[in-house]
Design a protein around this ligand. Structure first.
Ligand SMILES: [Zn+2]
Length: 214
């Protein structure tokens, strides 16, 4: 089962992808994780990617495509995979389709989580992150046990630049310009499935599983 998660930043793609990955036993491939690993290791790609991410901008297509295509050719992806954060643009989607076409494969579904912009700005403003161990929290639905302190490692939690309202609004503008056309792209291919992303996470999961099958 080869899935793409679509939706604005903060729509819940990552959390849904994680649950679906466990449920169906297929890897959750997040470009965010690939970038973070590269940034942590200080690779050239990581340094380049960081420059864009720090400004709330998207990492250019050419930096992303080969990396993802190599990843989905690995053996753990034989039964499928879930892409989260890629493709973000029509050229990326076309490169992905071309790469899959070469190995006689195609994506099965594009899962679109619909959430209004205002809801996203509110949601992301409540996020808190531990920069030391990578744990994430939310002031409303995933509070740490002690206010402002990481449960796992005791580090002080911060509101990441990525989650600040001004950055989120910038990212939403980029999303509407570049990524929303993807919804039409996958609609035309007949594999688009839309879901109400404002429901509780568990309800959204149930809706998706009902569509995909047990
Ligand atoms: Zn921590």
């Amino acid at each position: 089962m080869k899935l793409i998660m679509l939706g604005a930043p903060g729509a819940g793609k990552g959390s849904q992808a994680k649950v679906l990955s466990d449920k169906y036993g297929i890897p959750h491939i997040s470009t965010g994780d690939i970038f973070r690993a590269n940034i942590k290791e200080g690779t050239e790609l990581g340094k380049k990617a960081k420059k864009y991410m720090d400004q709330g901008l998207l990492v250019p297509d050419e930096l992303v495509c080969d990396l993802v295509v190599d990843r989905i050719k690995q053996s753990d992806c034989a039964n499928g995979f879930i892409l989260d954060g890629f493709p973000r643009t029509i050229p990326q989607a076309e490169s992905l389709d071309a790469a899959l076409d070469q190995i006689d494969e195609a994506m099965d579904f594009a899962i679109d989580l619909e959430v209004a912009d205002e809801v996203i700005v509110d949601r992301m403003g409540g996020r808190r992150a531990c920069l030391k161990c990578g744990a994430t929290y939310h002031l409303i639905n995933m509070k740490p046990q002690k206010d402002g302190i990481c449960d796992r490692c005791g580090e002080a939690l911060v509101l990441r630049d990525d989650d600040k309202p001004e950055t989120v609004k910038k990212r939403l503008t980029v999303y509407h310009d570049q990524t929303k056309p993807l919804i039409e792209y996958y609609r035309k291919k007949g594999i688009l499935k839309e879901f109400d992303g404002t429901k509780l996470p568990q309800e959204v999961t149930n809706d998706i599983i009902r569509m995909l099958g047990e």
